[in-house]
Design a protein around this ligand. Structure first.
Ligand SMILES: [Zn+2]
Length: 145
């Protein structure tokens, strides 16, 4: 198969959405789900599940739920992940996803996705101006390099 690079992430993220629905019914991942995950995400799947065990994920949503942003926090690091946008500020994402294009996404985004599916996410509501603050924070991070 010779898929367009931008096409594979869509397939993978669509699959995650499907699994989210089946997980909400069965409460677990099937063996097939795990195999498909692994074929999409490779080693990052293992890293993401390890990360999920030791991180805290907070989902900040506007009161009308129109926009959300996730913060994934461990002892050593913290990343902001936008809902439905495949972008993370970490070095792996930059190298493997943007430069080498040999990975769909990084462990942070995958951990957030898996966290959402398994109910590992703390939900908080924010105002529009707080969301703007988050966005600015993210932009400042990008400028700083
Ligand atoms: Zn990342």
């Amino acid at each position: 198969m010779n898929l367009e690079p931008s096409f594979v992430p869509n397939l993978a993220f669509d699959y995650l959405k499907e699994v989210e629905i089946s997980y909400s019914v069965t409460g677990c991942f099937s063996e097939q789900d795990l195999e498909v995950f692994h074929s999409f995400f490779g080693e990052h799947l293992v890293d993401a599940t390890e990360l999920l065990e030791k991180c805290k994920i907070i989902k900040y949503s506007l009161t009308d739920n129109s926009r959300s942003i996730f913060k994934i926090i461990t002892k050593h690091e913290q990343y902001s992940i936008f809902d439905n946008i495949n972008f993370c500020n970490c070095s792996i994402f930059r190298l493997q996803v943007l430069e080498l294009r040999n990975a769909i996404t990084c462990k942070h985004i995958l951990a957030v996705k898996l966290g959402e599916i398994t109910g590992h996410v703390v939900k908080e509501t924010i105002t529009g101006s707080q969301l703007v603050d988050f966005l600015n924070e993210q932009l400042n991070c990008l400028d700083g390099e």
